[in-house]
Design a protein around this ligand. Structure first.
Ligand code: PEP
Ligand code: MN
Length: 499
C-alpha cells in the first residue's frame, strides 16, 4: 500500500542547519530552561523529586509501535483519506476509573464512528481524551468557594476538587500514572473481548428526538447503517474497519514534570506488532511509515527516538503554546503526533513558526491544529489561518481538527457554565464549509463528551433548557455533550459528507 510521495515534500531529506542544530540541543529536560505558563508551585520539592524518580522507573503506558501506528493513521487524515474522532471528558477524574464509565465512553465513540464511516466513506481514527486527561489549565490560580478564597482545582493529578484537598500533592503524579494504567488496561481488555465488534446491532434509541423531520432523517441514516451491517453479517464479510478497532489515548500535555518522567529513548519499531494488544493497529499494517514519503525514514534511519509514553497523542493547550516557552520546547523533541490548540488569540504568523518548531521535517499528520474560535468568529479567523498554512511549505501537512466546544462556553444568569448545542453545531458546520471553500480538508473533530445522560449543554434534539441543567450536571470543569447530543453531532457530520 506504499503511496507516492506528495509533491509538496521537497526532494532533499536533510534538515536546514539551524533546525538540525536546534534538534541536537533538545533533551527531555531542556524545557526547564524556558519560561513556562500554568506551572504549579509544588509545596514539597523532596516529595516531587521522589514521585518523579518513581515515575521514571515505571514501565511505559503505551508502546512506541502504537505511537508510530497512530502517526501513520494521522498521515492518512492529513491526506484526506481518514477522519479523526477525538473525544472525552474535559477533566477526567480518578473516580471515572470505573467499568461503566469507561465502557459507556468507548461504546459512544464506537457508535459515533459507525455513523461517521457511513457518512464520510472514510476510515475513522478514534482517540479518547482518556487514561490521563487529569491536568487542567486555569484562568485564575484561586477561586472563592463558600466565601473563602482557595486555590483553584488544577485537575486530579495535582489537587482534589473538594475544598479541603486544594493543596498540591506530588504523590498525585503517581496516582495519575496508576489510574491511567488501570483505565488503559480495561480499554485494552474490553476491546480484546469484543466490545468493539461493530457488527453487533446497536440500540440507536432515537426516541428522544423531538423534531419529526430530524427524527425521520436520523432514522433513515440509522436504518441504512443497520441494513449494511446485517448484510455484512449475512455474507460473513470481515472488513478491517469492523473487525479491528483502534482506540488511541490522549491528554493535554500540561504537566511537564510528568511528561518528562515518562519520556523514554526507545528503539524505533520497524515491523514489530504490539503482541496481542488490539488497542492499536499493528505497525505492520501501516507500511507507509517507512516509505519514501517520510523523509526521516528515507535518510539515515534513526534507530532510537524519544517517545512520550504517557499517551499516544498529546496536545498543547491554548494557554501554553507560546513559541519560546517550555511546552513547545518539550513537544518539539518527542516522536508522538502532537496537537496545538488554535484560537482567536493565535496570530497567523505564529502558526508557521509553531509548525517549523514542531514538525521541521514536514511529516504529514505529525501536527494537528485544533481550531476553537467560537461560532461567532470562525468565519472571520479560520480562512486566515488556513491560507497562512496552506499557502506555505506546510501545504497538506497538517491535520485540521475542529474543536467546537472551547470557543462557545458561556455562563447562565445563575452562573452555570454551559454551551449551546446550536453554537457547537454552527462552528462545526462553518468549519466544514470554509475548508471546502479553501480547498483544505477538515480532518476531524475534537469534542468534550461523556457516555452518560448528563445535562450540561443546552439544546440538542431533546431541547434541554436552563431549568434542565440542574437535573444531572456532574462535570467538574467544562460542560460536556451527553450521549444523545454527541451521537446527534455525528449524524449531522455524516449528513454533510454524504451530500
Ligand atoms: C481543553 O481542551 O479542555 C482546554 C482547556 O482547551 P483550550 O486549551 O482550547 O482552552
Ligand atoms: Mn475543556
Amino acid at each position: 500500500m506504499a503511496s507516492a510521495p506528495p509533491t509538496h515534500i521537497p526532494a532533499s531529506t536533510t534538515l536546514p542547519l539551524d533546525a538540525a542544530a536546534a534538534a541536537a540541543a533538545w533533551k527531555p529536560d531542556s524545557w526547564r530552561a524556558k519560561p513556562i505558563k500554568q506551572s504549579p508551585a509544588y509545596p514539597d520539592e523532596v516529595k516531587l523529586r521522589r514521585s518523579v524518580a518513581e515515575l521514571g522507573r515505571m514501565p511505559p503506558l503505551v508502546h512506541p509501535s502504537e505511537i508510530d501506528a497512530l502517526r501513520a493513521h494521522l498521515r492518512d487524515v492529513a491526506e484526506g483519506k481518514a477522519f479523526l474522532l477525538q473525544g472525552g471528558d474535559c477533566a477526567e477524574l480518578f473516580d471515572y476509573c470505573q467499568q461503566e464509565a469507561i465502557e459507556s465512553k468507548i461504546k459512544l465513540l464506537l457508535q459515533m464512528s459507525v455513523v461517521l464511516i457511513w457518512g464520510t466513506n472514510k476510515r475513522v481514527v478514534r482517540i479518547g481524551r482518556m487514561a490521563g486527561q487529569y491536568a487542567k489549565p486555569r484562568s485564575s490560580p484561586t477561586e472563592i468557594v463558600n466565601g473563602r478564597e482557595i486555590p483553584s482545582f488544577r485537575g486530579d493529578i495535582l489537587n482534589g476538587y473538594h475544598e479541603d484537598e486544594r493543596e498540591i500533592d506530588p504523590n498525585r503524579l503517581l496516582k495519575a500514572y496508576h489510574h491511567s494504567a488501570a483505565t488503559l488496561n480495561f480499554i485494552r481488555s474490553a476491546i480484546a473481548s469484543g466490545i468493539a465488534d461493530l457488527r453487533h446491532p446497536f440500540d440507536w434509541g432515537l426516541g428522544h428526538v423531538r423534531d419529526p423531520v430530524l427524527k425521520e432523517k436520523y432514522s433513515e441514516i440509522a436504518r441504512s447503517i443497520q441494513q449494511t451491517l446485517r448484510f455484512l453479517h449475512v455474507i460473513n464479510a470481515r472488513p478491517d474497519e469492523l473487525e479491528t478497532v483502534d482506540i488511541f489515548t490522549s491528554h493535554e500535555g500540561l504537566l511537564l514534570e510528568y511528561e518528562e518522567a515518562l519520556t523514554r529513548h526507545l528503539p524505533k519499531p520497524v515491523s514489530h506488532s504490539p503482541g496481542n494488544s488490539r488497542i492499536a493497529t499493528p505497525l505492520t499494517r501501516s507500511p507507509r511509515l517507512g516509505s519514501v514519503a517520510d523523509p526521516s525514514a528515507a535518510s539515515a534511519p534513526k534507530t532510537h527516538d524519544y517517545y512520550d509514553t504517557s499517551a499516544h497523542f498529546l496536545w498543547i493547550g491554548d494557554r501554553t503554546r507560546q513559541l519560546d516557552h517550555a511546552h513547545v520546547e518539550f513537544f518539539r523533541g518527542v516522536a508522538n503526533p502532537v496537537g496545538v490548540k488554535v484560537g482567536p488569540s493565535t496570530p497567523a504568523a505564529d502558526l508557521l513558526s509553531l509548525l517549523r518548531a514542531l514538525n521541521p521535517r514536514r511529516e504529514p499528520g505529525k501536527v494537528t491544529l485544533i481550531t476553537r474560535y467560537g461560532a461567532a468568529r470562525v468565519a472571520e479567523l479560520l480562512p486566515l489561518h488556513v491560507r497562512a498554512v496552506e499557502g506555505s511549505e506546510y501545504k497538506g501537512c497538517v491535520v485540521w481538527q475542529c474543536d467546537p466546544m472551547h470557543g462557545n462556553t458561556l455562563s447562565t444568569g445563575t452562573g452555570i457554565k454551559t454551551r449551546r448545542f446550536n453554537d457547537i453545531y454552527r462552528e462545526l458546520q462553518e468549519s466544514l464549509r470554509i475548508h471546502r471553500e479553501q480547498g483544505s480538508v477538515l480532518g476531524g473533530v475534537h469534542l468534550e463528551l461523556t457516555g452518560d445522560a448528563v445535562t450540561e449543554c443546552l439544546g440538542g434534539s431533546e431541547g434541554l433548557d436552563e431549568d434542565d441543567l440542574s437535573t444531572n450536571y456532574t462535570s467538574f470543569c467544562d460542560p460536556r455533550l451527553n450521549e444523545k447530543q454527541a451521537l446527534e453531532l455525528a449524524f449531522l457530520i455524516a449528513d454533510h459528507f454524504s451530500k
